[in-house]
Design a protein around this ligand. Structure first.
Ligand SMILES: [Fe+2]
Length: 163
């Protein structure tokens, strides 16, 4: 049976927060590219503050808007439970990365020498690469399928093929 497609407007706030997350990724990438010498303490403190706020809001919105749609689908397509589990796990992983990066940027922002530029560069790249991948999956794979009323088989296949 074909599930009813959700209302497009439900996704507007998600598109907005994903846009904010991508802008944050760009800012973090610029910071990583400027290392090891071009690190601004002010910028470290500003981005440290932005990270948990943006990540937290994105997760709450996804859990409020995206997860219930998936859960409704999972009633007729139990394999989707694996997708939901995966998304929940990704949020926990993002939270852990966000916290580590917050601590690192705060430390450098307050003038500490650690983490080293090399470690900070690695942390920044790990964080924004994971975040971009996560948004790509949610926005460009999952959302279009949900909006189209997506074929349940295709959605179920995501649990096997997701990056
Ligand atoms: Fe997500």
């Amino acid at each position: 049976m074909r599930a009813q497609a959700p209302d497009h407007s439900a996704f507007e706030s998600l598109l907005e927060i994903w846009g904010e997350q991508l802008a944050l990724c760009d800012a973090l990438e610029q910071m990583a590219d400027a290392l090891p010498i071009g690190l601004s303490k002010m910028n470290c403190l500003r981005l440290a503050r932005t990270i948990p706020a943006v990540v937290d809001r994105a997760h709450k919105l996804e859990e409020l808007l995206l997860f219930p749609l998936l859960q409704r689908r999972a009633a007729s397509s139990p394999a989707l439970n694996a997708v939901i589990e995966r998304l929940r796990y990704e949020h926990l992983e993002d939270d852990a990365y966000a916290e580590e990066l917050y601590d690192a940027l705060n430390a450098r922002g307050w003038g500490r020498a650690t983490p080293s530029a090399e470690t900070l560069g690695y942390m920044l790249r790990t964080f924004f690469a994971a975040m971009r991948r996560h948004i790509w999956f949610d926005r460009d794979v999952l959302m279009p399928l949900l909006l189209a009323g997506g074929e349940d088989e295709m959605l179920a296949g995501l649990s096997r093929n997701a990056p």
